[in-house]
Design a protein around this ligand. Structure first.
Ligand SMILES: [Zn+2]
Length: 328
């Protein structure tokens, strides 16, 4: 039986995914947005128009599917995702999971204490959302999201990673991660695999936040996929560096282990970002940037059409099908 992937509008098979962007966001709200009651943000109709525009653009480049790995505590709205998906026919996979300690909703869990009490409560939540649906919506998550911050993995983040591993082992769902500036992916891999998750069920996200080739190869040799999923966020790490690092991985025979995306955010809960926000300065931060500006640079650097297509189609398919990347 073919592996089933849960999308926000129902199950799909890995072969149906087509060109897939592995990390984009319809809507994000950092915890605290709900307290800003005088700035409710865009209306649903306004947000729908933005999403339709982004999806039309992606479709012009043949993209058929995206993963929106918004964790539970960053303003996730799976009914909105399902509404957009149903209106456009564009496939979206949503996530269950929790963000890092510095920027997520850790305060809620701190009140319950760390360790097994938290881990089992989190694992129960993730498993419910993967197997049965999110709240009363009936919409099932298709992937688990975990995250770490800077400097080291906190006790809270370790609890989330441990719970995610437990839920992944129990349900077979894959895991995608957030790393800050391409750090601690190796520790994430170690925690998840030591808790029973096969390494090829993991995408170590935002790995393009560093140009450290040994770090990238360590993750790949450890058997995981690496996300080059922040193209366009030039002010966090230059695109030219991301391209160079990706070409190096292709040359090293690691092309089957890389997935690509932009980590774009289409709508924000609460007040829109101020005009001088560094994110507003990133004019190339769109979900078509890879096709318009990065693909030509990859070609220029010697990547073949087959290598580029593999990043977009074969690797997401293989990841969801539970296949390990083949090196060399
Ligand atoms: Zn993201």
């Amino acid at each position: 039986m073919a592996t089933q992937i849960q999308t926000v509008t129902g199950p799909a098979t890995p072969d149906e995914l087509g060109r897939t962007l592995m990390h984009e966001h319809v809507l994000i709200g950092f915890p605290g947005w709900e307290a800003d009651t005088i700035r409710p943000g865009a209306t649903r109709d306004e947000m729908r128009a933005v999403c339709r525009d982004r999806i039309d653009g992606m479709r012009e480049h043949g993209v058929a599917t995206m993963i929106d790995p918004c964790p539970n505590d960053l303003g996730r709205d799976v009914e909105f995702m399902a509404d957009i998906s149903a209106r456009t026919g564009f496939r979206i996979v949503c996530a269950t999971g929790l963000y890092n300690q510095a920027s997520g909703g850790a305060a809620y869990w701190h009140m319950r204490g760390h360790g097994e009490t938290s881990v089992s409560a989190m694992a129960e939540l993730f498993e419910k959302e993967l197997g049965d649906g999110i709240g009363e919506t009936g919409i099932r998550a298709g992937i688990i999201k975990v995250a770490t911050g800077r400097g080291g993995v906190t006790d809270y983040e370790r609890d989330v990673l441990t719970a995610a591993a437990r839920a992944s082992v129990a349900t077979g769902a894959p895991i995608t991660t957030h790393t800050d500036e391409g750090t601690l992916g190796d520790v994430q891999q170690q925690i998840l695999t030591s808790n029973g998750v096969p390494p090829h069920r993991i995408v170590i996200g935002h790995s393009c936040g560093t140009s450290d080739h040994d770090y990238h190869m360590g993750l790949v040799r450890g058997g995981s996929y690496v996300g080059f999923d922040r193209f366009g966020l030039d002010m966090l790490h230059p695109d030219a560096e991301r391209v160079k690092s990706l070409l190096r991985l292709l040359q090293a025979g690691a092309g089957s282990a890389v997935v690509v995306s932009h980590d774009t955010v289409w709508c924000w809960r609460g007040d829109p970002l101020p005009p001088d926000s560094k994110f507003n300065a990133a004019t190339a931060w769109t979900p078509t940037h890879f096709f318009e500006h990065i693909v030509p640079q990859l070609r220029e650097g010697g990547a073949s059409e087959a290598q580029i297509e593999r990043l977009l189609v074969d690797n997401p398919r293989a990841f969801f099908a539970g296949e390990a990347p083949s090196l060399g």
